[in-house]
Design a protein around this ligand. Structure first.
Ligand code: SAM
Length: 199
């Protein structure tokens, strides 16, 4: 198994065993994983879980794959693909225990707000499709408008998602590279966590 995951077919839904050999293990997704600091930190801390990073920039994908290889983490892989497509169409249904969306591109211009993942029905429908019942969606952002959009979007799907508390230090959760750079300049990081209700 190589650190770089290339889907066997980009146009059909994956089977869980395409990604990691044992589908019985919890699978977590780091969407827009950047240089992979969070992905690697989680994989090292949780050898009993599997972690797939999704990232569209080639340099970041290569760097992350290299780091996974050097650290010999067999429970972490990275895939170069677009986030919304991955969630809406590619990942196996009811397969994901937690999906992390950490410091996503904020699309700050009002005319670009529809590009925020949390504003896209395709993405939200995809989340419902890929999360296991009781699976979680975790978001961190330094961008207040993005955060407010997320709260509204998920609230409008209260029949599907229930917001959970997320106190500081509730569980192991490494600070990401972008989060650290925002903290260094005094920006506030907002976070929220939702659980997919059982059907
Ligand atoms: C602001 S960075 C955050 C990186 C990392 N999550 C962190 O917190 O340090 C956003 C990352 O998401 C990636 N990204 C943005 N839009 C994407 C998309 N549609 N599909 C895949 N990756 C995307 C970018 O290339 C970038 O690496």
């Amino acid at each position: 198994m190589t650190p770089l995951f290339v889907p066997p077919d980009h146009f059909r839904e994956l089977a869980p065993a395409d990604i990691f050999p044992d589908p019985a293990r919890p699978l977590e997704i780091d969407l827009g994983c950047g240089d992979g600091t969070f992905l690697l930190g989680m994989a090292a801390h949780h050898p009993e879980r599997d972690f797939l990073g999704v990232e569209r920039m080639l340099g970041r994908v290569s760097k992350t794959a290299r780091k996974i290889g050097v650290r010999q983490l067999t429970n972490a892989r990275i895939m170069r693909l677009e986030s919304a497509y991955t969630v809406a169409w590619l990942l196996p249904r009811a397969s994901v225990s937690r999906l992390h969306l950490l410091c996503p591109d904020p699309w700050p211009k009002k005319k670009h707000a529809a590009r925020r993942l949390v504003n896209q029905a395709e993405f939200l429908d995809g989340l419902v499709r890929i999360l296991k019942p009781g699976g979680e969606f975790l978001l961190k952002t330094d961008d207040q408008p993005y955060f407010e959009d997320a709260l509204l979007s998920l609230e409008s799907r209260a029949h599907q998602f229930e917001r959970l508390d997320w106190p500081e230090d509730a569980f192991f959760y490494p600070i990401t590279d972008f989060e650290q750079s925002w903290l260094d300049v005094g920006r506030v990081i907002q976070r929220a966590r939702w659980r997919l209700k059982s059907a």
